[in-house]
Design a protein around this ligand. Structure first.
Ligand code: IMP
Ligand code: MG
Length: 174
């Protein structure tokens, strides 16, 4: 099916907001190191941009979970596809996600990461769709709250396409 993409948040708006979150994290973690855990693949663009704007020392790690197929609906299944390389013990961890939708992925992931002995685990998401929440998840840093629409760009995909768009767009099928 052919789809078209309508701009929801421009590149400038997204960049400006990431700078603000970076400033906030730098302030909140003054005197500490932050360990950013990126949830692949969607969180990768956001994490890179965010990391560049954090002024306290940053270390990075990556993990990949799957909860979606090539569809726009959640399957509710969360599977670890790639685990972290490093231990989280005593680290100040911030999980960096592209979007919190039903909350299923993150609630599972956060519980699992908290069991690994970190000093602290916080959650930072570029986008949040609060209307879609099924499982309660505490988000510490949010880029934008958006309406219940399927979005792409800045790491987010539709069927593996559009991750590279430098803005956030809504997928329209017509
Ligand atoms: P949740 O478990 O329902 O919160 O889903 C989280 C994951 O679903 C995100 O990390 C995305 O990979 C994917 N997802 C949810 N909504 C969208 C969307 O609007 N566009 C692209 N991917 C989405
Ligand atoms: Mg994701």
């Amino acid at each position: 099916m052919a789809e078209r993409i309508e701009v929801l948040l421009s590149e400038e708006e997204v960049d400006k907001r990431i700078q603000e979150i970076g400033d906030q994290i730098s302030k909140d973690y003054a005197g500490k190191n932050v360990h950013l855990v990126c949830v692949l693949k969607g969180g990768s663009f956001f994490m890179c941009e965010l990391a560049k704007r954090i002024t306290v020392p940053v270390s990075l790690d990556f993990m990949s979970v799957s909860s979606y197929g090539g569809d726009t609906k959640s399957s509710g299944v969360v599977k670890i596809v790639k685990d972290l390389d490093e231990s989280l013990r005593d680290k100040d961890v911030i999980v960096v996600e592209d979007i919190v939708d039903s909350g299923r992925t993150l609630s599972y992931l956060l519980e699992m990461l908290k069991d690994r002995g970190p000093a602290d685990v916080k959650l930072c998401t570029l986008l949040d769709k609060p209307e879609r929440r099924v499982v309660d998840v505490k988000v510490d840093y949010t880029g934008f709250e958006i309406p219940d629409e399927f979005v792409v760009g800045y790491g987010l995909d539709y069927d593996q396409k559009y991750r590279n768009l430098p803005y956030i767009g809504v997928v329209k099928f017509d």
